[in-house]
Design a protein around this ligand. Structure first.
Ligand code: CA
Length: 237
């Protein structure tokens, strides 16, 4: 895997101060064909990401200097890289998702480096809006197609009539297929960062969307509920 259309290797940046663990992750990614760099603190991570523009960043939460949350926030101001956050406890993940940190995936220690590598490889196979200026922005979830350029949603080829806001909500979810987005994140993406109001407004729009898509909340064929957190579209990672 690890090879993109131009024949060049995908670049991975591993940010982890536990050197033994980092070396294992680096060696797995290296064997999977990635061009891998490793740094041990947050500030260097941000500088390195600016310099090398990695495709994916494996980012430890607990770091000296800037922690993983702050590194992720800074990365997001200039980078479209996939971010996999490494956490020490599984209960941290809900908090991080709730904070709208913007990681694409979360892996709890101890983890299998093989599985981490498989997840990173799966990310590289997924198209991402904005990266490499891909002309093809359409997200496909089973028989559901979301085209942000045409502002069209189709099921098995048939156009689904949505309001502007309903479209913006599903398009926001479709920008990160498989990733849980918190209500807060969705609101920022749809209404902008300055919006003030009840975050459960999102639930109302999701309800309308599900009805129009013929989706059942209990089944979650297209849009799934992450209880107490938010929503995701498509299969989880
Ligand atoms: Ca650490």
């Amino acid at each position: 895997m690890g090879v993109d259309d131009g024949g060049a290797a995908f670049r991975a940046l591993v940010v982890e101060d536990e050197v033994d663990l980092a070396q294992v992750v680096v060696s797995y990614l290296d064997r999977a064909g990635f061009e891998v760099e490793h740094v041990v603190d947050g500030l260097t991570a941000v500088e390195q990401a600016r310099a090398t523009d990695p495709h994916v960043v494996v980012l430890d939460l607990g770091l000296p200097g800037l922690d993983g949350i702050e590194v992720c926030r800074r990365l997001r101001t200039f980078s479209d890289a996939y971010v996999v956050m490494l956490t020490a406890r599984s209960d941290e993940v809900d908090t991080l998702v709730g904070l709208g940190v913007g990681a694409d995936d979360y892996v709890t220690k101890p983890f299998s480096p093989r599985e981490l590598t498989a997840r990173v490889q799966a990310m590289m196979r997924r198209p991402r809006v904005g990266q490499d200026h891909r002309p093809e922005n359409v997200t496909v979830i089973g028989d559901l197609q979301i085209d942000p350029d045409a502002r069209e949603v189709r099921i098995a080829g048939d156009l689904v009539a949505l309001t502007r806001t309903e479209f913006d909500v599903i398009a926001a979810l479709a920008r990160h297929p498989g990733a849980v987005l918190s209500r807060h994140q969705l609101i920022e993406m749809v209404w902008g960062a300055g919006w003030v109001g009840d975050p459960h407004l999102i639930d109302t729009h999701i309800g309308h969307l599900r009805r129009k898509l013929g989706d059942d909340a209990a089944v979650g064929k297209y849009i799934r509920t992450a209880r107490g957190v938010g929503y995701r579209i498509g299969e989880g990672r």
